[in-house]
Design a binder for this molecule. Structure first.
Ligand code: CU
Length: 214
């Protein structure tokens, strides 16, 4: 049993032998929700967060904590990530997704830059850390957002990978998303460009294969 595991790992390579945890966040809804669900995610280094656009026309935009409705690049030297506007056609069966990789556990603040969605509370945090900074909660971020005089999109789409999730794919833990385009680019605060999401499929297949072997 152990020999088989080692042999497979040596054959396929240690990178693919690792399992990747994907945290799925639903963006909007068919009924018009102006929300991320869930709106707080705890993700470890090496995990991925996949935003799945369920309805409406929303974005995923990284900001600083202090300026909730402005791209992080406006207020820091971090490039950040921006999904672009992701309109969902009525009756669409495929779900567009935008996936980022988590490279550290520094809190990542996210807002939707559509219309006044940021001010209306379409906000999200990854790895909120109130024990390190008690004032930096999602509620505090949302309170700042409500007072923002403008809601600004990113300048260019970057920092994540686009894909399409078919209707029958699992919504928890793994993804069979097929790669349709890539906007991977420069480093961001805690999240960078990704490898093609096909690696997730390979990882799943390997896990299944190893399960059969043992
Ligand atoms: Cu929105």
């Amino acid at each position: 049993m152990q020999f088989s595991t080692l042999a497979i790992s040596a054959f396929i390579g240690s990178a693919l032998a690792q399992t990747t945890t994907v945290h799925v966040v639903t963006v909007g809804s068919k009924s018009g929700a102006i929300a991320y669900s869930p709106n707080s995610v705890t993700a470890a280094v090496g995990d991925m967060v996949q935003f799945q656009f369920a309805g409406g026309n929303h974005t995923v935009t990284q900001s600083t904590f202090d300026q909730p409705c402005q791209p992080i690049a406006m207020n820091s030297n971090v490039t950040g990530f921006f999904s672009g506007f992701m309109p969902v056609a009525a009756g669409s069966t495929d779900t567009a997704a935008y996936t980022i990789a988590i490279n550290n556990t520094t809190p990542i603040w996210v807002y939707c830059s559509q219309a006044t969605h940021c001010q209306k509370g379409m906000n999200l945090v990854i790895n909120v850390n109130p024990t390190k900074n008690a004032s930096r909660t999602l509620a505090a971020y949302t309170a700042l957002a409500a007072k923002a005089s403008a809601n600004l999109p990113g300048v260019s789409i970057e920092g994540g990978v686009d894909s399409t999730v078919s209707a029958n794919s699992s919504s928890t833990g793994s993804s069979s998303a097929s790669q349709t385009s890539s906007s991977a680019s420069t480093s961001t605060n805690g999240a960078t460009n990704l490898y093609p999401s096909v690696t997730l499929t390979v990882g799943g297949a390997l896990a299944l294969f190893m399960g059969l072997m043992m």
